[in-house]
Design a protein around this ligand. Structure first.
Ligand code: RNT
Ligand code: ZN
Length: 419
């Protein structure tokens, strides 16, 4: 039997197994087909961008590794993103950071950026059937320091307010051009290495800056605000903590971003979904994998990712949760890193969509807790992988590990030839 015949046979058997526990496999696949991941452009080049390719990464974030072949310019970033996307079933989005603007070799400071610097991105996205999301960039800049939007120095603060306002306008233009809202994720690194004497003061400033930034309502973009636990070199205090942004988002109707690397390591991000859905309009995710700290390891199919996916699906919130990826690993092939993390996320979502939830809820309602636990355990080994293989097959992307050889070939022919 050829590979695709094997996949089809296994899929048919899986469909029957799932039907026996009340799960409609075709429905799950249709739902997965509609979920678009927002791929983070910064995995292509270790968060360097085109503003200052020789500059160093600041703002408490770090990329480890020196694997050869990173993208060096806009054409290479685009080629690598398309290559990575070609290994993923379904249609996906691309998340750009401001430093990835098409500056044409000109010096465009962050308070000068405008939609014109993203015109070619919008055209490229349209040609390739991708929608764009956006992120202002507060790091890796001479005015970044330890405080940007929360800086008591009005001149510096105003510089970053101007930057962020302009980024909202860019996002608005992107949303308009693509006919669906552009998600703009605002993350700043503001904090301090040592214990501040005035925690409240900087947070008051940040609240005011945000109010000023969000004063204009735009119909084609959505604002998301991303908290963090701490940054490297900024360990004692983070102005934009989770409590800060959760409060801000709930009060002012903004979307809160949950980056899975931005919490205490024993904290469950999955558990936050159902609470946020009650008090904030939507949710933005930055799917990452923290190892001991916010290390941004390549996402893999682990329990954290499964729990998170299950909560999205159990809440029926596939349309209210925007799934962005956010990790950067420079120790392995970068396109491979994209593909591993994206496919892991899709696999987790598929497993979640295949959960025999109706039966589990029936047991729960009847107080049948042995039965609930037993079915939860059995569901873990139902043949979801046969459905995944089939999903890849019908989407005309490599089944199973076949993409390894394809990425090796792209490495030989393209990325390793880069200086
Ligand atoms: C940093 C945040 C932030 C960045 C990107 C590059 O800890 O997670 O989202 O990773 O903006
Ligand atoms: Zn993030």
């Amino acid at each position: 039997m050829g590979k695709s015949e094997l996949v089809k046979t296994a899929f048919e058997a899986a469909t029957e197994r799932y039907a026996a526990v009340g799960v409609d496999v075709q429905k799950a696949m249709d739902q997965l087909q509609r979920i678009q991941l927002s791929l983070h452009c910064w995995q292509t080049d270790d968060v360097v961008g085109f503003e200052n390719p020789d500059g160093s990464l600041s703002g408490g974030i770090q990329v480890t590794g020196n694997y050869p072949g990173k993208a060096r310019n806009i054409d290479e970033v685009r080629a690598d993103v398309l290559k990575a996307a070609s290994f993923l079933p379904g249609k996906h989005r691309l998340s750009l950071h401001e430093i990835y603007g098409d500056f044409q070799g000109k010096k465009v400071d962050r308070n000068e950026v405008g939609p014109e610097h993203f015109k070619s991105w919008m055209e490229w996205a349209k040609e390739n059937g991708m929608s764009l999301d956006f992120n202002p960039t507060s790091f890796s800049h001479p005015k970044s320091g330890n405080l940007t939007l929360a800086n008591p120095d009005k001149a510096i603060r105003d510089f970053w307010i101007e930057h962020t306002k302009r980024c909202r306008l860019i996002s608005e233009e992107m949303g308009k051009a693509q006919g669906n809202p552009c998600m703009m994720n605002l993350w700043i690194h503001d904090g301090s290495k040592e214990v501040p004497a005035s925690r409240l003061y900087y947070r008051q400033i940040l609240e005011q800056s945000l109010d000023e930034i969000f004063a204009i309502e735009y119909p084609h973009m959505k604002d998301a605000i991303e908290a963090k636990l701490f940054g490297i070199g900024l360990e004692s205090y983070t102005v934009g903590s989770y409590d800060f942004y959760l409060g801000y988002g709930a009060k002012k109707g903004k979307i809160v971003t949950l980056d899975t690397g931005h919490f205490h390591l024993t904290e469950s991000i999955a558990d936050k979904i159902s609470s946020l859905l009650l008090f904030t309009p939507e949710i933005m995710l930055h799917v990452s994998r923290p190892i001991r700290w916010d290390s941004d390891h390549v996402v893999i199919l682990n329990d954290d990712l499964l729990d998170l996916s299950k909560e999205i699906v159990r809440c029926g919130a596939m349309d209210r949760v925007h799934i962005g990826l956010d990790y950067f690993d420079a120790t392995i092939n970068r396109i491979g890193a994209y593909v591993i993390g994206s496919r892991a996320t899709q696999k987790a979502l598929l497993q979640a969509l295949l959960e025999p939830i109706a039966k589990l809820r029936e047991y729960e309602a009847n107080g049948q807790y042995f039965e609930r636990l037993a079915l939860q355990e059995e569901a873990k080994s139902l043949p979801w992988n046969a459905v995944w293989d089939y999903f890849c097959l019908v989407n005309d992307v490599p089944v199973g590990e076949d993409f390894i050889a394809d990425i090796q070939q792209y490495e030989r022919e393209v990325t390793l030839k880069r200086g």
